[in-house]
Design a protein around this ligand. Structure first.
Ligand code: SIN
Length: 291
């Protein structure tokens, strides 16, 4: 009897940069994926940290179904959900919104201010500018591994305090900031001021690799240190982790979908498209407490 060979998935994985990111071809995310394809996509996710799929046509239900392949979907705190879809938020800036701050326009890992931050996030583009509105990603394994042994040893022992600065009452951006009206962000929520402590270097639960886990939006200071004491080293790390060698840049097209790993990456939504409409649907995958 001839043993049947394990099924191989016909997906094509094309890295987009040396540091991270790969475009996946040959997968229609609107269909139910077979086990071999799901395994291949998950393996590519762990290897490349950010996956891009172009030319998709997804209903909100299909996006949520794809999200579920990686874990339970979670609601996005402090942002209005799309009517009828508690797991989807619309990332939207209208063409007439000029000089406003937009969602995700600084380097961050999504909602690291939560005790259990999302494992990953998924963004699906419906309408994008002809040019501009790209999203940048940074590889936090590579950033950690490039530090000197002495710096790594010191950071290995530290914890940092994260708070929901943009949504709280204490550390918020201030009244002078004009935020996009279209995204539906709830501000001045006292529960967002809650201080959460996470390791500065976290170990990825699937790959076992160490990644830096601090970011400019949510990290306030190192645990047991003041903000002033923490600032110089945090500023150094923020500048270090976004060196071009650790990053990739994704140019959106209608129907493109990006899936990223919040445990080992940061991302930055570039706000350089005043005068154009940009609309994406965003979901998140529930995560666990960083260790
Ligand atoms: C986000 O930070 O999730 C938004 C990213 C983007 O709009 O490109």
């Amino acid at each position: 009897m001839i043993a049947s060979a394990p099924r191989r998935a016909a997906i094509e994985v094309r890295p987009v940069a040396g540091a991270l990111g790969a475009e996946i071809a040959g997968v229609d995310l609107s269909r139910k994926l077979d086990d071999a394809t799901i395994d291949a996509v998950i393996a590519a996710f762990h290897e490349h940290l950010v996956l891009f799929f172009r030319g998709q046509r997804l209903t909100p239900e299909q996006q949520v179904a794809f999200t579920r392949l990686f874990g339970p979907p979670m609601e996005t705190p402090f942002v209005e959900a799309m009517e009828g879809y508690p797991f989807i938020v619309k990332v939207l800036k209208e063409a007439d919104e000029r000089n406003v701050s937009t969602f995700g326009n600084a380097w961050h890992s999504d909602f690291s201010s939560l005790a259990e931050p999302p494992l990953g996030s998924i963004l699906y583009a419906l309408e994008v500018p002809e040019y501009g509105g790209d999203t940048l990603f940074a590889n936090m394994y590579a950033a950690y591994e490039a530090l000197s042994p002495g710096m790594r040893r010191m950071l290995d022992g530290l914890r940092a305090i994260h708070v929901g600065k943009p949504y709280g009452t204490k550390y918020g951006p201030g009244k002078e900031l004009r935020t996009s009206r279209s995204i539906g962000i709830e501000r001045n929520r006292p529960e967002a001021d809650l201080e959460v402590s996470h390791p500065v270097v976290r170990t990825h639960p699937e790959t076992g690799r160490k990644a830096l886990f601090v970011n400019a939006i949510y990290t306030l200071r190192f645990a047991d240190m003041t903000e002033a004491e923490s600032r110089p080293l945090l500023d150094y790390l923020y500048q270090h982790v976004t060196r071009p060698e650790f990053t990739c840049r994704f140019r959106w097209t209608p129907g493109a979908l990006a899936l990223w790993d919040n445990r080992a990456t940061l991302h930055y939504a570039v706000n350089d498209y005043d005068g154009s409409r940009r609309l994406l649907h965003r979901t998140m995958i529930a995560g666990t407490r960083p260790v």
